[in-house]
Design a protein around this ligand. Structure first.
Ligand SMILES: [Zn+2]
Length: 82
């Protein structure tokens, strides 16, 4: 259970996260995470290197298709995931 690790970020979106390796799951992400400018896994981790971490899919409304976003993460964070 790790869906409550970012209590005070300004705005989060509920998305379906599809990791490169693992089960899809619903998580909340910030705009920074959505635009691949911040690690998708953690909100308080840090590191210089961000690598491809799969995609998240946002649903934008009843009549629109989900949007896919390429996201990034720290290699160490991805290792912790699995
Ligand atoms: Zn990280």
């Amino acid at each position: 259970m790790s869906d409550d690790d970012s209590p005070m970020t300004d705005m989060t979106v509920l998305v379906e996260y599809r990791p490169l390796d693992g089960e899809p799951r619903e998580i909340r992400v910030t705009g920074e995470q959505l635009h691949a400018r911040a690690c998708i896994v953690g909100s308080s981790c840090s590191g210089d290197v961000l690598v491809d971490a799969g995609h998240v899919h946002t649903t934008t409304g009843e009549r629109s298709a989900p949007l896919g976003w390429a996201v990034v993460a720290h290699p160490e964070c991805l290792a912790d995931e699995s």
